[in-house]
Structures are given as C-alpha cells and as structure tokens.
Design a protein around this ligand. Structure first.
Ligand SMILES: Nc1nc2c(ncn2[C@@H]2O[C@H](COP(=O)(O)OP(=O)(O)OP(=O)(O)O)[C@@H](O)[C@H]2O)c(=O)[nH]1
Ligand SMILES: [Mg+2]
Length: 616
C-alpha cells in the first residue's frame, strides 16, 4: 500500500502557516502574531475532496532557501529530503501574506523554481481588504504558473478550493529539480517579486503605492547604487559645509572659558595645566561635535525612513561577492559610529566564520572618532577648491577616505575568507518596511544620545589622555634653544617612534600623536594641539592655531600619509578589548592588530612616496 502523500506548508515567518495547518487538520498548533513561533516540524492528516489522505507538515517560517538559523534550516532540509527520517515531500503549499506580497513572493519564486507540485495559499486576504488592498488571485496564478487560492486561515475561508487544487497538482506530480532555484541575487528576486505584486494589484492605498514607486527607483539596478553613492556624498559635503558656524560658536565658548580661567588664576603650573593642557586639549576635540551630529542626523533619518534596509539589500550582492553574510551589513554600519558596538552586533551572525570575518574588518569602517582627525588635516592642508559647482575638494577627500575604508574592508574580507576564515557564505533576506517620514522626536533623541557619548568621552578618556600628555610634554623643561616638544619625556618617546615611522613620511608631531591616539583617536588632534602649545606658549589656542601650525610644519605628502594611516591602523584600545571578549582569547585581536598595522604602514608609505614622486 502506498503511504499518503506528504505535503509541506512553507513560507515566510508569520504568514499564517500554523493557522492554516490547524484549520486543515483540526490540530492545535501554536499560532502567534510574530515571526518564529514554529521552530520545529509538526505533522497532521487531512482528507482531499476525493477522500485520499494527505500527511501535512507544518514547518518553521523561513525567508529563503539559504537559511541562516537552525530552525530555518529544518525547512530547507525537509524540502531537499535531507532531513533524517523524513521522506521527500510530494508537494508543497506556499503560504503568503497578501498584505506583504512582494516580500513573500521573493521566497515563493525561489520555491517555484524547485519544480515540486505546488499550490500558493494567498492568505490573510481579509487583512488586505481591510487595508484597501485588492489582489487578483487569477492574475497571480498566471504570473507564477502555479495554482493560487485566496484563503483566510483563521476563518477557514478558501480551504475547500485549496484542497481541490492540491489534489490536482499531486495527481499531476513533478520531479524535484535539485539545485534549481539557484537565483541567489536578492535584488533580482526582489525586483521580479515587485513586478508581479504590481501586476496583480487591482487597487491599493496611496501609501502602498508610494512605497512601490520609490522602491522601483531606489532598488533599480543602475539608479539604486548611484542614489546610494550620491546620498553618502551629500552627507560628507554637508559635514563640512553646515558645521562651520556651530564650530565657530564652540570655539568662541572655549576661548572665553580659557581666558576666564587664565584671568582668574595666578601665573604658574596649575594655570598652564588647566589652560594649555586640559582646556586646549579637550576643546580641540569638542569642536567637532557639530560634524559628528550632522553625520548622525543623516544616518538616523535614513534609518527612520526605511531607506537603510534598501541600502542593505543593494549592498548584499557586493557583500556576498567578498564572502560576507548579508547580516554583516548592520554591524558594519554601526561601526561607522564606533567599532565597539559594531563588533558586539555581530552576535546576530550565526555562522562562526562569517562572524569572525566581520569582527576582523569592522575597525576599517570609519568610526566617528576619526572624523576630527580627518577634518582638521583636510581643513588645514587640502585646498578649499571647487571640483564642480557645489562640490568642494575637501568634502570629496573626506568621502574618498570613507570609501577607502570600505574598499579596504571588502578586500580584507575577500582575502580572509579565502585563507584564515575559509567557509561558505549564506545569503540573507530582510523584511522591507514601508517608507515613513522620520519622527523628529526620534531623530533628536538619537542625536542627543550620540552627543552624550561623545561629550562623555571628551570629559573622561580624552581629558585623561590630554592631561597625561601635557605633563609628559611639559617636563623636563627644555633649556633655551631646544624645542620643548622634542626635549620632554613625550618628545623623547616620540623620537623613538619616529625612527620606525620616518620611512613612511611621518614627522615628530605625528610620532607624538600616535600613542595618545591609541586611547582615543580624537586625542591625536589634541596631541598635535598640545605640541604647538608647549612650543609656543604665548600663542592663542584652538583650531585656528593648529591649522596655522599644520600648514607651516607639514607637507602635503606627510598629511596624506597620516590620513592613510588613520584609515587602516588598529587604533583604539577599546576595539582590541572588545575583540578579545567576543572571540574569547588573544589570538584574533593579535591577528587583527598585526594585519591592520601592516596594512596601515604599507598604505601610508605608498601614499607618501607616490605623493613625493608626483611633486605634491
Ligand atoms: N486576519 C487574519 N489573520 C491570520 C490569518 N492567518 C493567520 N493569521 C494570524 O497571523 C498570525 C501568524 O499566524 P501563524 O499561523 O502563527 O504564522 P506562521 O506562518 O505559522 O508563523 P511562524 O511559525 O512564525 O513561521 C497569527 O496571529 C494568526 O492568528 C488570516 O488569514 N487572517
Ligand atoms: Mg507557525
């Protein structure tokens, strides 16, 4: 006697598979209005209209056939007959949520390519109707080439038709085409899903229509990446253009504070320490607050509108091509704020080697602590010229440095994935949220948090670093004719470092800034400021003075080499510490330090010598 045919219920999480399973079999599987309710298979029985029995399997929801978590893997293994003790299913019922058609059709398209006997249950049509969304099930059937039945699982609507169509396809039967459905490019899948969704939509609300129209542009194969690049470009131009005025106010405030403290205290060590050391050092960093806030305002707004997920999707192909998991996008994006939360966010990556690769390249994303260093060097030594009307050279260089970090990270990932962290890549799928106008309150709250983090750092790590640095650069006092910045303890340490970094064009100022930059990268700016302050104590302090001195003491090749160093070098200690914690040992942080220093040294050296050769 033949066993009853086996039919599996598959689909995205929260599509209503378990509800449909219960309705069809009379079982009582747990249903819940959130993804991931069902985490293992459940079997039940139903009778087709002609009386034949069918064994029905309820499976965990999954976004694709490249599952990223163990419960999702159950679904794939069942479909490919790889699940132990389970036979290959004779057919599948794909459950899609009618209110979320384009997201769910992505997976449906992958499944259709398998060639198994298949019926689509267009579920939750009641919810769709309530939203003013009318879908044409017959048109969907034509587009997909498989039977489509509209259902409302919770009201048992459409069940008879579903059973009827299931009986038909089981009778007809198809063979499983192993390896078919290999369309892994989710942007392509998404586009096809969107086309179908648009074709079968009879009417919809204005909000949904807009989401589709915008997506057709921002996910377009050519326009999409251009828009993404343009947005990033505008972001970096604005960092320079809009920050100027508020930076001036902060400078003014710091100058006032410095004058007030200097006026209130008698000449001597304490006054110098406070004015030249602490206030000047912390002030040199705090002025960059507006730039950091502008950068984050952009990122927060893009996140809130729903655009970031689209950007992730656009990047997925690039990420996959260097062997990174699509899930790495969010941790890498957070690393633009700081690598520490970025590295912690890699915990969402299930595959160990994927995760390790992401951790190792996270420090290459340009964290916000590099911004002050970049902008002061660029502002001082890159001429303020227009490349094109409205496009400044300075903003362009900043943009290029960010891009360089990203390119460097991708190259590193490619190499790592073929050597130390060899392994297969898994794709990813994400739910596409509707577009929304960002809520001002949320954006302001996010900015406030960033400002708090930044100012707290300035008041603690950076203040401590500049205080120590000032002491080390002030003592011992240089005899007449000797430079204080060279004679002092810090100066002598720097002279030692200089031996190593001179070949890549670094001067004594830079050598002195490298150590405090390990505590916090921004401290490099403060360190350079301190050098000029101790050498010329009678000069005014602040950004303008640093700029003037930089122009006098640095050459363009040196400045470029220094920028290059900051793109690649593994600086701050916190990143190293969090890497140690997340990888449970010293092996990987050591490896990270080693490869990043090597990269930084070579990149800075190449830049320096090319710039010299070009006569810059
Ligand atoms: N209005 C309406 N709600 C439905 C329908 N089908 C399912 N639901 C509800 O949608 C939610 C998700 O249903 P589930 O059956 O748990 O979804 P699932 O696909 O099994 O989800 P996972 O097990 O997480 O993959 C539940 O709150 C159901 O009550 C439907 O046709 N109409
Ligand atoms: Mg379920």
């Amino acid at each position: 006697m033949n066993a009853a045919p086996l039919v599996a219920l598959v689909g995205n999480p929260n599509a209503g598979k378990s509800a449909l399973f219960n309705a069809l079999t009379g079982a009582r599987q747990k249903v819940g209005n959130y993804p991931g309710v069902t985490v293992e298979r459940h079997a039940g029985r139903l009778a087709l209209p002609d009386g034949r029995p069918v064994e029905l399997l309820d499976l965990p929801g999954t976004y694709s056939l490249d599952p990223s978590s163990p419960d999702e893997a159950v679904t794939r293994d069942v479909l490919f007959g790889k699940q132990e003790g389970e036979r290959l299913p004779d057919g599948i019922v794909v459950v899609v949520d009618a209110t979320n058609l384009d997201n769910h059709l992505r997976f449906t398209l992958q499944l259709a390519a398998l060639g198994l006997p298949m019926v689509v249950a267009l579920n939750m049509v009641d919810m769709a109707e309530r939203d003013g969304l009318v879908l044409d099930a017959e048109a969907l059937e034509r587009e997909l080439g498989v039977p489509v039945v509209a259902t409302v699982a919770v009201r048992k609507r459409g069940l008879d038709a579903l059973k009827e169509r299931l009986g038909e396809v089981l009778k007809a039967g198809h063979k499983l085409r192993e390896g078919a459905g290999a369309q892994h490019d989710i942007v392509v899948l998404q586009r096809r899903a969107r086309q179908i969704a648009t074709a079968v939509t009879v009417s919809e609300t204005a909000a949904r229509r807009w989401t589709h129209r915008i997506d057709a542009i921002v996910l377009h194969p050519v326009a999409g990446p251009i828009i993404l690049l343009a947005l990033m470009f505008i972001m970096f131009q604005s960092v320079f253009a809009w920050a100027e005025a508020p930076m001036g106010w902060i400078e003014g405030g710091m100058a006032w504070l410095s004058d007030t403290v200097a006026g209130a205290l008698p000449d001597g060590f304490i006054r110098d320490f406070l004015v030249q050391g602490l206030i000047a050092g912390v002030g040199a960093v705090v002025v960059f607050l507006p730039q950091i806030l502008i950068l984050f305002a952009f990122i927060l707004v893009l996140e809130a509108t729903g655009y970031m997920v689209r950007a992730a999707m656009l990047m997925d192909r690039v990420m996959a091509s260097v062997g990174l998991s699509g899930r790495a996008f969010i941790p890498l994006l957070s690393s633009f704020a700081c690598a520490v939360p970025g590295i912690m966010a890699t915990r969402t990556i299930a595959d160990e080697k994927d995760r390790l690769t992401t951790i190792l390249i996270a420090p290459l994303m340009t964290c916000s602590a590099r911004l002050p260093v970049y902008t002061i060097i660029i502002g001082s030594l890159i001429p303020e010229r227009s490349l094109l009307p409205g496009i400044g050279l300075q903003g362009f260089v900043l943009f290029a440095l960010y891009i360089l970090g990203i390119v460097g990270a991708f190259c590193a990932a490619l190499v790592l994935r073929h050597t130390v962290t060899k392994g297969a890549t898994s794709g990813f799928m994400m739910e596409m949220p509707k577009y929304q106008l960002p809520r001002i309150r949320d954006v302001l709250l996010g900015l406030w948090q960033r400002a708090e983090i930044f100012l707290k750092r300035a008041g603690t790590t950076i203040a401590a670093t500049v205080a120590i640095l000032w002491l080390l650069t002030t003592f011992p006092q240089a005899p007449a004719g000797q430079k204080q910045s060279e004679y002092s303890v810090a100066g002598r340490i720097a002279s030692g470092i200089e031996v190593v970094v001179k070949p890549i064009g670094f001067n004594h100022d830079i050598s002195l800034a490298l150590l405090p930059a390990m505590a916090a990268r921004e401290a490099a700016v403060a360190a350079i400021g301190t050098v000029y302050a101790v050498d010329n104590p009678e000069d005014a302090q602040g950004e303008a003075t640093i700029t003037e001195n930089l122009r006098k003491r640095w050459t363009l090749p040196t400045a470029l080499a220094f920028l290059m160093w900051f793109v690649f070098a593994p600086q701050c200690i916190s990143t190293i510490a969090v890497t140690r914690r997340e990888t449970n040992g010293w092996k990987w942080p050591m490896f990270m330090i080693g490869y990043l220093f090597a990269l930084a040294y070579v990149a800075a050296g190449l830049t320096y010598w090319s710039a010299v050769a070009l006569g810059l």
